[in-house]
Design a protein around this ligand. Structure first.
Ligand SMILES: Cc1cc2nc3c(=O)[nH]c(=O)nc-3n(C[C@H](O)[C@H](O)[C@H](O)COP(=O)(O)O)c2cc1C
Length: 412
């Protein structure tokens, strides 16, 4: 029976050379019944374990196995500057499923190897990728395989882990392909999340401001922009129309996002004003300088004498935002350093009230692995009723996704 979440969704299934290959036939049938369009890429090794024709019959589409299409004269195409579609399945996927996933494909993915059609397409896709490993227990427990899984999880690849049981190779242990119902449920969850921000316009600010002392020196802070850029990236992957404003030295986003760079506090404020109309959500995670320099010099200051800087507190941009657009959902960040959880949440709530914001994301940047210039974060999300949701220490991409889940629950 057709299902709203699965219906008209394109699922690309990468089949690799594991004994569990044949089980994918059942999965294809179930997905087709739910209304999904199924395309298959099979590795060369997997074609020794199942009949391609069975997969073509089940999916109703031609199975792809080769990076180079036999009917195409690539030399002629290149000479005549004709468009070559070698990663088209990567582009059309709403979800990329690797099932069963061998130790080999997991290793290739974890190391960015793209040496056949499947690994090249995975490298080129921006769709969520769900990996369902199946292998001998000794292979699964191999520390290199486990390291690769860990690495991929950190990068927000999704897994349905193998289960314990009798293995086709005669062993007993963890390595059996997960129950197909479990895989189907996870596909449903990912498809739901994939476009849940479609139609929403989100403005995200990220990174540090620069306040000039002279033409070469600045006051700035340790913000790398990783948290904000991760939020912009995840929102983009979930279908939002994203505008990212990021500091000049911040990390670059991984996707082709609409973005503008800012320099100092005034420049950031002007760029927010320019972009804030019609946004549904603003996530202001930029680390804005609290001070600007009064005695700024037009030429480079000589370093042979003592220098005293006069600093004036800057206007609090965050507190002005709601006045610029009353309808939008306002999310801010609050960084504290080595304070108690109670104090962290208390100061987050204070700025929430001052700015009339909907949510404040509070983090303690004094603790290891949290806040500035690291890949991980732990945050407490405080709302208007002082409810607090704790997002545990995880990669910033995962924290970003969980924060977007919370925002979505509130705006629905
Ligand atoms: C009969 C047979 C069954 C295999 N089953 C598995 C398996 O279940 N999981 C796995 O990781 N590798 C399995 N392998 C090993 C892979 O096929 C091998 O590592 C291969 O290089 C995988 O290539 P691919 O990932 O490009 O398909 C099996 C090999 C054979 C010959």
């Amino acid at each position: 029976m057709q299902n709203l979440i699965f219906s008209k969704k394109t699922i690309v299934i990468g089949v690799t050379g594991g004994i569990a290959c044949y089980k994918v036939l059942v999965l294809i049938k179930e997905l087709k019944d739910l209304g999904s369009d199924i395309h298959l890429i099979m590795t060369e090794h997997s074609t020794h374990l199942v009949d391609i024709k069975d997969f073509e019959k089940a999916s109703g589409n031609e199975v792809q196995t080769s990076l180079f299409y036999p009917k195409i004269d690539y030399i002629d195409y290149i000479k005549k500057n004709k468009e070559i579609k070698h990663i088209s399945l990567a582009d059309i996927a709403d979800l990329f499923l690797i099932c069963p996933a061998t130790a080999n494909i997991i290793g290739k993915m974890a190391n960015g190897i793209a040496d056949d059609l499947l690994s090249t397409s995975i490298t080129a896709t921006i769709a969520p990728v769900l990996i369902c490993p199946a292998m001998n227990v000794k292979m699964w427990k191999n520390p290199i395989v486990q390291e690769n899984v860990k690495k991929l999880k950190k990068l927000n690849y999704h897994f349905v882990e193998p289960e314990y049981g009798e293995l086709a190779c005669g062993y007993k242990g963890v390595g059996r392909l997960a129950n197909l119902k479990k895989i189907l449920d996870r596909i449903g969850l990912l498809l739901k999340q994939r476009n849940d921000l479609k139609g929403k316009k989100i403005l995200v600010t990220a990174g540090a401001t620069f306040e000039e002392i002279d033409p070469v020196r600045v006051i700035t802070n340790k913000s790398s922009g990783k948290m904000g850029t991760s939020i912009a990236e995840q929102a983009f992957l979930r279908g939002a129309n994203v505008i990212l404003l990021r500091g000049h030295n911040s990390v670059e986003p991984n996707y082709n996002l609409k973005e503008e760079k800012f320099t100092n506090v005034d420049d950031l404020y002007n760029k927010i004003k320019k972009n804030i109309n019609n946004v549904d959500i603003i996530v202001h995670s930029a680390a804005v300088s609290d001070f600007t320099i009064n005695n700024k010099e037009k030429s480079k200051i000589k370093s042979n004498k003592e220098l005293h800087l006069e600093l004036t507190p800057t206007a609090k941009i965050f507190e002005k935002l709601k006045k610029l657009n009353k309808e939008m959902f306002l999310v801010g960040f609050k960084a504290e350093c080595n304070v108690s959880e109670k104090r962290l949440i208390g100061s987050a709530y204070d700025i929430l009230q001052k700015a009339n914001a909907e949510l404040i994301v509070a983090n303690d940047v004094g603790k290891k692995g949290r806040g500035f210039d690291v890949d991980t974060n732990e945050v407490f999300v405080v709302d208007k009723d002082k409810n607090v949701e704790h997002i545990k220490l995880a990669d910033k991409r995962i924290v970003a996704d969980k924060l977007l889940d919370i925002i979505l629950q509130k705006i629905k």
